[in-house]
Design a protein around this ligand. Structure first.
Ligand code: F6P
Length: 619
C-alpha cells in the first residue's frame, strides 16, 4: 500500500513538473477545480470539463471574477482558445493535487465520454413518423443515453429553419458561405433541443397564416428552397460535429434526411472526422392511428400552433406529400457503404438492424425495441421511516419505526382506493360504450399474460416491487393481496456503502475524512471502498435492465425502494441532468406518481402527513 502511495505521489510530481507531455497533464486535471485567466485579467473559476490542445475550454459550475470580485455565476461556460498550440500549465493555478485514494482510481464508467469513438445518430423518416413529435424517438433516446452517462444532445434542423426565417432566396448565397463555424463560437444555442433559449436571428419571415414555411417550401422542385434546406442540414451537422469535438459523446441530428443524396453528403462529412461513427435511425409508421396521433401533436408544435386547425392539417399533409415524392428508405445503398442503421417499424413492432457496432449502438437497438406508447402509471416511493433514518445511519438492514409502519399501512390503503376507483370508472365507461353500441359485449376466456419480469402472471393484480431489504418489505406488508402482488428484487437495494455500512455520516467523517471529502467532491462517481462498495454510476448500471423492462411493460407498477435508487429512477423518468442525481430531494413518506408520455413523463407527488394520517398533493 505504502509503495502504491509513493508511486502515486511520484506520478503527480511528474505531471506537475511537466515531464510528461502537456496533454497528459491536462488529462489529469479534467474534473478538478481550476482558474482560467484571460489576457484581460478576467478570471473564470470552475470545474474543468473539457480542454483541447488549442486551449478551447469548457468549465462547469463557473464563477466569473473581475479584479478579484465575483461578478457572475454560470452553469456551463465555453472559453474559446487563442488557436495557438498549448504552451504550458501556467493557466492552471490552484489545481488541487491532493487526491484521495478513491478519486485516483478512475473507473471506466467515469471515462465513458473520453474514451472510444463518438457517435453521430442521424434520424431518417417522413414527417409525423415519431422522430421528434408524437412518439419522439429523439428525446427518448437522448434521455436514455444521457442517463447512462453519455453526453448527448439533439440538434434539430427544424429549429434552425424556424430561427433562420424564410428570406432564403435573398440570403442563400451569403449564408451558405457566411456561417462557417470558424467565424463564431458554436451556435449550439440555435438548434440544440436541450437548450430552451433560442436567440432569434434577424430575418424577415413572411408568415403564411402562422407558419413561415408552407408546404411549397418543401417541394423538391423548389430549387432555391431545396438548396436552403440542404444548407440548414449541413450547417446543423457542423454544429453537432463541433460539439462532439468539444466534450460531446453522442449527437443526434433530427431531420427527415429522406434522400440517399442527402445521407451521402452527411456520411462524407462525418467520415472526415477521426474517431466518429455514424448510425442512421429510421422511423416508419404505417398504422393509421399512430400517424393521426403524431399529426395531432404536430399541430401544437411551433410551425402550426398559431394557425387555424383545418388549414394546419391541410398544409402539414401537403408537406408530407412533398416528402413522399422523393423519400427513399434505408437499404441497399447504405448497406453497400457498410453504414450502420436501425429501422423501427410501427413503434418497435418490427425492428431491422444493419452492421451494429459497439456498446452505444447496441444500447440504442435494445432500447428502441422496447418502445411502448400504452398509457400506464409507475409509482415510486422510498420505504417508511427506519430506525437508521432517525440518526442518519447509512445502509444496513434496519426495521421500520412506528411512523414508518404507519406510512406503509396508509400507502396500501391509498393505492387500493386509487385502483378500486379506477376500476369502477373503467367499468362504467365500458358499460356506457356497450349501451351506446360502440363496444361489443365479450365473453372471453381468461387471456394469456406476458412473461413480464417481476409480475405475478395475474393481470388483475397490480405489481409491487420492493428491494430485498427489510425496510421496503415491511412497508408493503399490509398491502391487500386481493389487489396487489408483491415481488422482491435485489436490483432495487440501496447503494452499498462498503466498509461504511451501518455508520452515521459523522462517524464516516471522523474515521476517514479523506474518503468523506472525496465523496462530497464527486458524489456521482465516488465508489464506497470495500468489497461490493458502489457509486451512483454503479447503481445506474444495475438499474439499466429494470429501466428497459419498465419501458416495455404495459401495466402499472408500484416500486418501493431507497433514497439512491429512487433518485436514479426519477432522474431517468423526468429527464433531469445526471449531476442533479446525487442531491435530488426525494423525501421519505412521499409517493411519486409517474405517467410516461410520448415525450417525457408527468409527475404528481403525494405526501403522507403522519399526524393527519392522510395524503396530500405537493409541488
Ligand atoms: O440515509 C438513508 C440512505 O438510504 C442510506 O442508506 C444511503 O447510504 C443514503 O441514503 C444515500 O444518500 P446519499 O447518497 O445522499 O448519502
Amino acid at each position: 500500500m505504502a509503495e502504491n502511495e509513493d508511486l502515486e505521489q511520484q506520478e503527480i510530481q511528474e505531471e506537475l513538473t511537466l515531464k510528461k507531455s502537456p496533454n497528459d497533464f491536462l488529462k489529469a486535471v479534467i474534473g478538478q477545480h481550476v482558474k482560467v485567466r484571460l489576457n484581460s485579467q478576467i478570471e473564470y473559476r470552475g470545474v474543468l470539463a473539457v480542454i483541447d490542445g488549442y486551449m478551447n475550454i469548457a468549465l462547469e459550475e463557473t464563477e466569473e471574477y473581475v479584479e478579484g470580485q465575483l461578478k457572475n455565476k454560470f452553469g456551463d461556460c465555453f472559453i474559446r482558445g487563442n488557436n495557438g498550440p498549448l504552451t504550458g500549465s501556467h493557466l492552471f493555478e490552484g489545481v488541487s493535487m491532493e487526491r484521495s485514494k478513491s478519486a485516483l482510481k478512475r473507473d471506466v464508467l467515469e471515462q465513458k465520454n473520453e474514451i472510444g469513438p463518438k457517435l453521430v445518430i442521424i434520424m431518417v423518416g417522413l414527417p409525423a413518423r415519431g422522430k421528434s413529435c408524437g412518439l419522439d424517438v429523439c428525446k427518448k433516446l437522448c434521455r436514455y443515453l444521457s442517463w447512462l452517462g453519455f453526453n448527448t444532445v439533439v440538434f434539430n434542423v427544424g429549429n434552425k429553419r424556424r430561427v433562420m426565417g424564410s428570406d432564403f432566396e435573398a440570403s442563400a448565397e451569403n449564408t451558405v458561405l457566411g456561417l462557417g463555424l470558424s467565424e463564431e463560437l458554436p451556435k449550439l444555442t440555435i438548434t440544440s433541443e436541450n437548450d430552451q433559449q433560442l436567440p432569434m436571428r434577424t430575418s424577415s419571415p413572411s408568415q403564411i397564416g402562422g407558419t413561415q414555411h408552407d408546404a411549397n417550401f418543401f417541394d423538391p422542385k423548389n430549387d432555391s428552397a431545396k438548396k436552403w434546406r440542404e444548407m440548414l442540414a449541413t450547417e446543423t451537422l457542423e454544429e453537432l460535429i463541433y460539439w462532439l469535438n468539444h466534450g460531446g459523446k453522442v449527437g443526434i441530428l433530427d431531420a427527415t434526411n429522406s434522400t440517399i443524396e442527402r445521407r451521402k453528403v452527411l456520411c462524407e462529412r462525418v467520415a472526415k472526422e477521426k474517431q466518429m461513427r455514424i448510425i442512421f435511425i429510421e422511423s416508419i409508421c404505417t398504422e393509421g392511428p399512430i400517424l393521426e396521433e403524431n399529426i395531432e401533436m404536430k399541430l401544437s408544435g411551433p410551425d402550426y400552433k398559431k394557425m387555424e386547425r383545418n388549414a394546419a392539417i391541410a398544409d402539414f399533409k401537403a408537406r408530407i406529400a412533398m416528402y413522399e415524392k422523393v423519400y427513399q428508405t434505408l437499404g441497399e445503398e447504405e448497406e453497400a457503404m457498410d453504414v450502420s442503421y436501425i429501422k423501427i417499424i410501427n413503434i418497435g413492432k418490427k425492428v431491422i438492424t444493419h452492421n451494429i457496432h459497439g456498446y452505444i449502438q447496441s444500447q440504442c437497438v435494445f432500447y428502441l425495441m422496447q418502445l411502448n406508447i400504452k398509457k400506464r402509471t409507475i409509482w415510486i416511493t422510498r420505504h417508511g421511516e427506519s430506525y437508521y433514518n432517525l440518526d442518519q445511519r447509512i445502509g444496513g438492514d434496519p426495521p421500520l419505526t412506528d411512523n414508518g409502519k404507519k406510512y406503509g399501512v396508509a400507502l396500501g390503503k391509498f393505492l387500493k382506493n386509487y385502483y378500486v376507483e379506477r376500476k369502477s370508472e373503467k367499468k362504467c365507461q365500458k358499460n356506457k360504450q356497450i349501451m351506446e353500441g360502440k363496444l361489443a359485449r365479450t365473453y372471453s376466456s381468461p387471456q394469456m399474460t406476458d412473461d413480464n419480469f417481476g409480475t405475478s402472471g395475474n393481470e388483475e393484480l397490480i405489481n409491487v416491487w420492493t428491494s430485498t431489504l427489510r425496510r421496503t418489505i415491511e412497508t408493503v406488508e399490509s398491502f391487500d393481496e386481493q389487489h396487489f402482488a408483491v415481488v422482491n428484487i435485489k436490483f432495487l437495494n440501496e447503494i452499498y456503502a462498503g466498509i461504511f455500512e451501518n455508520l452515521t455520516y459523522n462517524q464516516v467523517k471522523e474515521r476517514d475524512p479523506v474518503e468523506f471529502k472525496a465523496r462530497a467532491d464527486n458524489k456521482l462517481n465516488y465508489r464506497y471502498p470495500g468489497a461490493g462498495g458502489e457509486s451512483y454510476v454503479d447503481v445506474i448500471e444495475r438499474l439499466r435492465p429494470l429501466i428497459i423492462e419498465l419501458e416495455r411493460m404495459e401495466c402499472d407498477t408500484i416500486i418501493c425502494t431507497h433514497n439512491v435508487v429512487m433518485r436514479t429512477l426519477v432522474v431517468y423518468f423526468l429527464g433531469l441532468e445526471l449531476k442533479e442525481m446525487p442531491n435530488l430531494n426525494v423525501p421519505l413518506h412521499t409517493v411519486y406518481k409517474i405517467e410516461p408520455t410520448p415525450y417525457g413523463a408527468n409527475l404528481t407527488k403525494y405526501f403522507y402527513d403522519v399526524d393527519a394520517d392522510n395524503f396530500t398533493v405537493i409541488q
